[in-house]
Ligand binder design. Structure first.
Ligand code: COA
Length: 367
C-alpha cells in the first residue's frame, strides 16, 4: 500500500483535461486557455461553456422560473439545501441512468438556478422577501449583471465588472476539496443536484471558500490600528493564520491574485491601499516565520477586495465563490461520470486492537 499522506497532499487522485494549477504558479489555464486571456474578453457564462462544453457557445443559459422555499438569508446553507431540493422538484435522474448529454443539461439548469438562489438569498438577507420582477432582471445582459439585478434591482457597471472578473478567475481550480467532494458523490452515480449540493458544503469552510469573509475584517482592523506590522506579528505569535496567504498547491504567487489585484486597482477599490500595505507586511513576516515554506498571497486575499468594490457583504463571499465554481464542478462531475469508476480509497486502521465490549466506557448493560 502507498504511504499515508496527511491531507492527501501531492496525491494524484485523477487525470483531468479541465485545469490544474501549475505548482510554480506561472499561470492558470482552463482547457489550455490562460485566464489572462479570458478576463476582459469573455463573460463568465462563456467561461462556463469553455469549461463544461469546451466551447464558448452556447455557454450557461439563464435560470428557469423557480421559487425557492424558505430562504433564511444565510446564503451557503440556503444554496446547499435548495440545490439538493431541486433534485426532487425537477425529478433529476441518477447519473448512472442518464447519458452525458442529459447530465450536461442537468448541470446547466442547476448552475443557472444556483446563481439565482444565491441572489435571492442575498435579497432576503437585505430584508426583502419579495423577488425583483423578472422584467427587471431580464434587462441584464450578462450573468453577473442579471445576478446583481435579481439581488438588488439595480446593477452598477463597476459592480458588474468586479463580479464578472471574480467569477472568471475562480470558476475552476483543479482538485480542491469541493471539487473532490463533487467527484466523489458523482462517482457513486448519484444525481447532479446531490453532487453539487455536497460541493457547496465542502466549500463553505474558511480554509477553502470562506477566507475572503475573514479578509475584510482583517483589513478594517489594520486600517483602524494603523499598525500592520504589529497586527501581523501578534497574529503569528498566537500561531493564527493570516487569511489570504498560503496555498496547498502554489509555491509562488497565485496567478489569480495577480489578476484580481490589477482589477482592484483598475476599479479604484476603496481598500486597495490598506490591502497593498498589509500584503507587503504579511509577505515579509511570513518569510521570516516559515523560511522553508513559501507562503504567498492567494486568490482569496484580492477576491475580498474586488468583491468589496461591488459591495458584497463578507458573509456572502463563500456563496459568491460557489456561484463561480458551478462551472468547475459541472465540468468535473461530467468528467467523473465518463470514468464510471467508484471512488473508494482506504484508511490505515490505527485504533484499539480487539477487546471485549465491557472494556468500553459507559454504564449500558448488554441486553
Ligand atoms: N498564516 C500563517 N501561517 C500559515 C499560513 C497562513 N496563512 N498558511 C500556512 N501557514 C503555516 C501553518 O501554520 C503551518 O505551520 P506549522 O507547520 O508550524 O503548523 C505551515 O505554514 C504549513 O501549513 P499547512 O496548513 O500544512 O499548509 P496547507 O497546505 O495545509 O495550507 C491553506 C493551505 C490554504 C489551508 C493555508 O495556507 C491556510 O490556512 N491559509 C489561510 C486560509 C486561506 O487563505 N485559505 C484560502 C485558500 S485559497
Amino acid at each position: 500500500m502507498n504511504a499515508f499522506k496527511p491531507g492527501l497532499e501531492g496525491v494524484v487522485a485523477f487525470e483531468t483535461e479541465i485545469a490544474e494549477p501549475d505548482r510554480e504558479g506561472g499561470a492558470l489555464r482552463y482547457r489550455g486557455v490562460d485566464i489572462e486571456e479570458l478576463v476582459g474578453r469573455f463573460h463568465y457564462e462563456h467561461v462556463w461553456g469553455l469549461l463544461v462544453d469546451e466551447s464558448f457557445e452556447p455557454g450557461l443559459p439563464g435560470p428557469e422560473p423557480y421559487e425557492p422555499r424558505n430562504l433564511s438569508g444565510n446564503a451557503p446553507s440556503d444554496l446547499q439545501a435548495e440545490t439538493a431540493h431541486l433534485s426532487g422538484v425537477w425529478g433529476l435522474r441518477k447519473l448512472v441512468d442518464i447519458d452525458d448529454g442529459q447530465a450536461r443539461d442537468d448541470l446547466a439548469r442547476l448552475s443557472a438556478e444556483m446563481m439565482a438562489i444565491v441572489a435571492r438569498s442575498a435579497r432576503v438577507a437585505d430584508g426583502h422577501s419579495e423577488p425583483v420582477p423578472e422584467e427587471v432582471v431580464g434587462q441584464g445582459e450578462t450573468a453577473a449583471e442579471k445576478f446583481l439585478l435579481r439581488w438588488r434591482g439595480q446593477a452598477d457597471p463597476r459592480h458588474v465588472q468586479a463580479v464578472d472578473t471574480y467569477w472568471i478567475c475562480t470558476a475552476e481550480h483543479g482538485l480542491n476539496a469541493s471539487t473532490f467532494t463533487a467527484r466523489i458523490v458523482a462517482s457513486t452515480g448519484a444525481d447532479c443536484g446531490a453532487a453539487m449540493s455536497a460541493a457547496v458544503g465542502a466549500l463553505s469552510g474558511p480554509l477553502h471558500g470562506g477566507a475572503p469573509a475573514r479578509v475584510l475584517p482583517m483589513l478594517d482592523e489594520v486600517a483602524k490600528r494603523g499598525d500592520p506590522e504589529g497586527y501581523v506579528s501578534e497574529l503569528l505569535a498566537r500561531h493564527e493564520r493570516i487569511m489570504g496567504f498560503g496555498h496547498r498547491v502554489y509555491r509562488a504567487e497565485d496567478p489569480r491574485a495577480r489578476l484580481l489585484r490589477a482589477t482592484a486597482k483598475e476599479l479604484g477599490a476603496a481598500r486597495f491601499e490598506v490591502a497593498e500595505e498589509l500584503e507587503r507586511v504579511a509577505l515579509a513576516a511570513l518569510k521570516e516565520y516559515k523560511p522553508d515554506r513559501p507562503l504567498e498571497t492567494n486568490v482569496e486575499f484580492w477576491s475580498a477586495v474586488v468583491l468589496d468594490v461591488a459591495g458584497i457583504p463578507h458573509e456572502l463571499t463563500p456563496a459568491m465563490f460557489a456561484c463561480a465554481r458551478v462551472a468547475g464542478w459541472s465540468a468535473h462531475i461530467l468528467e467523473e461520470k465518463r470514468t464510471g469508476r467508484l471512488i473508494r480509497p482506504s484508511a490505515r486502521y490505527v485504533g484499539p486492537g480487539g477487546r471485549p465490549a465491557a472494556a468500553v466506557g459507559g454504564e449500558l448493560v448488554p441486553s
